[in-house]
Design a protein around this ligand. Structure first.
Ligand code: SF4
Ligand code: SF4
Length: 309
């Protein structure tokens, strides 16, 4: 069902009240052919490395109308960016993982909005995606005018930077789309020069096998022989290409749930290398760090210690 312009602006206001720094609307449907080909070529070239899950649900990934069963005939992707930057983070961890688990926080914040949309659009189905559904999040953020994809492959929100989580409500309610973002990086390249693994030099655009974020969080088992070392400062994730980006000179302040806890701030390489199962559980139970099993955190901590010796 088509909705009015007033309703659209009310939904945008509510998204901002829910904590988003930017929110926009895009007409859902098949991903543009050039982008779908690029995605398929990326997978064929193995750019996703250990992240084999990216091969799953490809037909849904390339057309979010199929997120619904049965598939929607028409829908809107409401794309939103939620800031997580807090000063005083522990440099051993990527900033995004230092507070409460973003999957849960964002779903909690977006539930009332999805309910409001459904109740005021004749019961339109809504699906909240908080990095929990096969959807090309950055593609839809660009299409909805929320920001542009930087050379570091992060979504950059003009005026707010890239230390933001993306989330979407895909809804059968039909909103007038926003204009897509046409911005880009220009001739900067600071992230590429500063990437310790050379992940941004790859032919396919991004080599996850050389990215410390993928290697420390997603790659199970032993550290691959041909992978870059772990130069630090982090053992979980890597923020270097975001830190170097001029768009992050004054990042939007993060939502309170994403502030690093005192326990997180006090962790050291030695305490992590010695972490046992109960310590891991009590420290990270409500955090996104559980994406990385305890033995892998220990592997990373040992790797960093060895590199520094
Ligand atoms: S996260 Fe780190 S290793 Fe990965 S591309 Fe960015 S700078 Fe390179
Ligand atoms: S550092 Fe420069 S090239 Fe890299 S994403 Fe930021 S603006 Fe783009």
């Amino acid at each position: 069902m088509a909705v009015t312009a007033d309703f659209r602006e009310q939904v945008r206001r509510m998204a901002i009240e829910a904590g988003a720094v930017a929110a926009g609307f895009a007409r859902a449907g098949a991903v543009a052919e050039a982008d779908a080909s690029r995605f398929n070529a990326y997978l064929s070239a193995g750019g996703h490395f250990s992240m084999r899950y990216m091969e799953n649900y490809r037909e849904i990934r390339l057309n979010p109308l199929r997120l619904f069963t049965p598939a929607a005939e028409a829908a809107t992707v409401i794309s939103m960016a939620f800031p997580y930057y807090h000063p005083g983070a522990n440099p051993l961890f990527a900033r995004y993982a230092q507070g409460e688990d973003y999957h849960k926080v964002l779903r909690r914040r977006l539930r009332p909005l999805a309910r409001y949309i459904s109740e005021n659009s004749g019961g339109a189905r809504c699906r909240i995606c908080t990095d929990t559904a096969p959807i090309l999040e950055r593609y839809w953020a660009v299409a909805a005018g929320v920001g542009f994809i930087g050379r570091n492959h992060c979504l950059i929100v003009p005026g707010a930077g890239s230390f933001c989580f993306l989330a979407e409500i895909v809804t059968e309610a039909q909103f007038e789309p926003d204009a897509p973002s046409l911005l880009g990086c220009g001739d900067c390249g600071a992230c590429k020069r500063g990437c310790p693994g050379g992940a941004l030099e790859a032919q396919c655009g991004f080599d996850s096998g050389k990215c410390l974020s993928c290697l420390t969080i997603e790659h199970r088992g032993a550290w691959p022989d041909d992978a870059p070392g772990l130069p630090g400062p982090a053992i979980y994730g890597c923020d270097l290409c975001q830190q170097r980006c001029p768009h992050n000179a004054a990042p939007a302040p993060g939502l309170p749930e994403f502030a690093p806890s005192a326990a997180m701030r006090s962790l050291t390489t030695d305490s992590l290398a010695a972490l046992d199962a109960s310590g891991y559980e009590s420290l990270f139970a409500s955090s996104a760090v559980t994406r990385c099993p305890a033995e892998q955190l220990r592997r990373n901590a040992e790797k960093l210690k060895n590199n520094n010796n």
